[in-house]
Structures are given as structure tokens and as C-alpha cells.
Design a binder for this molecule. Structure first.
Ligand code: IMP
Ligand code: MG
Length: 188
């Protein structure tokens, strides 16, 4: 894998913009959960950079846990808006205030399915915080409680999001060159 520069069309969100927005979200979430117990759940792998920056901006005590999901077989006849848990939470979420921390909501199918699965475990509350929102491609309606940025329908990478599993480390969000937009067939 070569350097990211040759895949980059343009920088969509700079490091400074990301850090400023994450700080604002951290303040908003801290105010909303003041005096309450909070559990952040990060969906691997795209959400890890966002989670680690966001939690450092929180002034309320909180715990974190991780889960990973994958879409049911691409190309299968059944609809793809169901996910399978490939790595489950360590903690029990019953009776807790849960905040799902996601990198991006695109079709919304992944997060809608995760919400359904987690609601069965009877959390006290279950909310969504996504760094990026690509509303143009929405198929499943999902209630977004905290949103970093609305972005156009372009494939982006960096700051946790991958381009064929690389470049998640970049401190900014970049748009991939039009001639190499990858197939979206997993939910990581
Ligand atoms: P959804 O189920 O269509 O909402 O897609 C959710 C998942 O698709 C995200 O968690 C990402 O892993 C992946 N995804 C969607 N759009 C992008 C993108 O522009 N860049 C990188 N990954 C993406
Ligand atoms: Mg992915």
C-alpha cells in the first residue's frame, strides 16, 4: 500500500475542524449526562479514533465497551439490512444509559440493526452519536442524537474510516478520488 496522497481527491474536514467539533460534542454530552451513569459503546473499527478523542473531552464519569458487527452476506437474497454481532460487548447494558459512538451513518442499516439488538437488552436509554452523517444514502430511518458533520455522498477516509482497511490513522477526513471508490460491503 502506497502513501495516501495518491488516493486523495481533497481534504473534506481538517484536523482542526475535527478537534473543535469533537470538543463541542464532548461538552454537549457532558451537560446532558451530568449526574448520570454513562456507557459509551464503540462499534469497531471505524469509531476508535472518534471515541478516544471524544472521551477525553467528557467531564462526566463513564465506562467504555466495544462491539463489532458484519453485514449478512453481500449478494445473498435476503435484504442486507441485518447485521450479525462478530464481537459482543463485555459489559451488561441492562438499566444503563448507553451512547453508541459511530464513525459514519450512511444507509443507516448497520446502526438500525444494532439499535434493535441492543434494545432487547433493556438499557435505561440508548442514544446515537455519529461523527459523520451521509443523509443522501439513508435507507433506514435512525434517530441521531449527536452529529459531528453532515457530509455529501462521497466516499471518505481517515480519522478511523478506512480505504480498503488502510489510512484509518490520518488526522483528517479526506475524499477518495472518484476513479477508485471502493465497494461498501462491510460495516467496520
Ligand atoms: P451503513 O450501514 O450504510 O450506514 O454503513 C455503515 C458503515 O459503512 C460505516 O460504519 C462504515 O464502516 C462504512 N462506510 C460507509 N460510508 C463510508 C465511507 O465513506 N468511508 C468509509 N467507510 C464507510
Ligand atoms: Mg468500513
Amino acid at each position: 500500500m502506497s502513501g495516501y496522497q495518491e488516493h486523495l481527491e481533497e481534504i473534506l474536514i481538517t484536523e482542526e475542524q475535527l478537534q473543535r467539533r469533537v470538543r463541542e460534542l464532548g461538552q454537549e454530552i457532558s451537560a446532558d449526562y451530568e449526574g448520570q451513569d454513562l456507557l459509551l459503546i464503540c462499534i469497531l473499527r471505524g469509531g476508535v479514533l472518534f471515541l478516544s478523542d471524544l472521551m477525553r473531552e467528557l467531564t462526566v464519569p463513564h465506562s467504555i465497551d466495544f462491539m463489532a458487527v458484519s453485514s449478512y452476506g453481500a449478494g445473498a437474497r435476503q435484504s442486507t439490512n441485518q447485521v450479525r454481532i462478530t464481537l459482543d460487548l463485555t459489559m451488561s447494558i441492562g438499566g444503563r444509559n448507553v451512547l453508541l459512538v459511530e464513525d459514519i451513518i450512511d444507509s443507516g442499516n448497520t446502526i438500525a440493526s444494532v439499535l434493535e439488538l441492543l434494545n432487547l437488552r433493556r438499557p435505561k436509554s440508548l442514544k446515537i452519536c455519529t461523527l459523520l452523517d451521509k443523509p443522501e444514502r439513508r435507507e433506514s430511518e435512525v434517530p441521531i442524537d449527536y452529529r459531528g458533520f453532515k457530509i455529501p455522498n462521497k466516499y471518505v477516509f481517515g480519522y478511523g474510516l478506512d480505504l480498503d482497511e488502510y489510512y484509518r490513522n490520518l488526522p483528517f477526513i479526506g475524499v477518495v478520488r472518484q476513479d477508485e471508490v471502493p465497494e461498501l460491503d462491510d460495516a467496520s
